[in-house]
Write a protein that binds this ligand. Structure first.
Ligand code: 5GP
Length: 237
């Protein structure tokens, strides 16, 4: 077991610590919640524990399906070890059903199924509100190479297929989600987290929202929704 060292940085939802192994980081999930690029702040009781558990399950499951990622192991209720990557400053969004930003931007009613999967790239910058960019911007700003973008897109679409199927078996619709990638010894690796903070999950039958939109839109029962997702993932392992 590695030893926890100095804090490297504190993000909105996680604290990141160095360890005595230069390839391994120690992540602590927090109960803090933010939305709208940090403009809305709050606490979701128990969120750290729930997202640590949920993200660990998703990343382990993806590995079992041949999708390599940064997850190493869950070490406590709120902590996990991950591989240390150099973060690529691009957020990748996948959409199966119109909602949130896309519904608003294009004037499509939320809940409209999309004929084919949409992949969007955003420049990772809270200050700028994570503006949408395309592969030309990524090349021009030197955020990633053409080959890396192709690989990121390929992994992203695979993650979508595996996650969609896995969640459907648990009566959850995968509306959309955000992924982040890093470079581990120069190789593209899926990183960050996959949780109700980063995905839109709707109940398959009722379309009830089981994700952070409950916090963003002040709908209440936020913790219950996260707990329900963990329950569905663990009940049918
Ligand atoms: P939208 O663009 O509709 O706001 O977000 C699309 C999807 O990506 C949603 O599932 C949302 O949770 C996720 N997402 C987009 N940007 C961010 C972000 O900066 N932080 C987090 N946690 N999720 C994001």
């Amino acid at each position: 077991m590695v030893k926890k060292m100095d804090m490297l940085y504190e993000g909105k939802a996680k604290k990141v610590f160095l360890t005595d192994d230069p390839d391994i980081l120690w992540i602590e999930y927090k109960d803090d919640a933010t939305a709208f690029d940090g403009k809305k702040k709050g606490t979701i009781m128990g969120k750290g524990e729930l997202n640590n558990a949920i993200s660990s399950i998703f990343f382990s499951m993806l590995k079992d399906h041949g999708i390599e990622n940064h997850f190493v192991e869950k070490i406590s209720d709120t902590e996990q070890l991950v591989k240390r990557t150099d973060i690529i400053m691009v957020e990748v969004i996948v959409r199966n059903i119109a909602a949130g930003g896309m519904a608003k931007r294009l004037g499509i009613p939320e809940g409209t199924p999309l004929k084919s999967t949409v992949v969007e790239f955003c420049y990772k910058s809270d200050e700028l509100g994570d503006p949408m960019i395309n592969d030309y911007h990524i090349a021009a700003l030197d955020l990633a190479t053409k080959e890396q973008v192709a690989e990121i897109t390929d992994i992203t679409l695979k993650v979508n297929e595996v996650l969609k199927q896995y969640l459907a078996e648990r009566k959850v619709k995968l509306v959309d989600f955000k992924l982040e990638f890093g470079l581990f010894h120069g190789k593209v690796l899926l990183s960050d987290e996959i949780s109700p903070d980063t995905c839109r999950f709707w109940d398959s039958e009722t379309n009830e929202k089981l994700d952070k939109d409950r916090f963003r839109r002040d709908m209440g029962h936020v913790e219950d929704a996260y707990r329900e997702i963990l329950k569905r993932l663990t009940e049918k392992a």
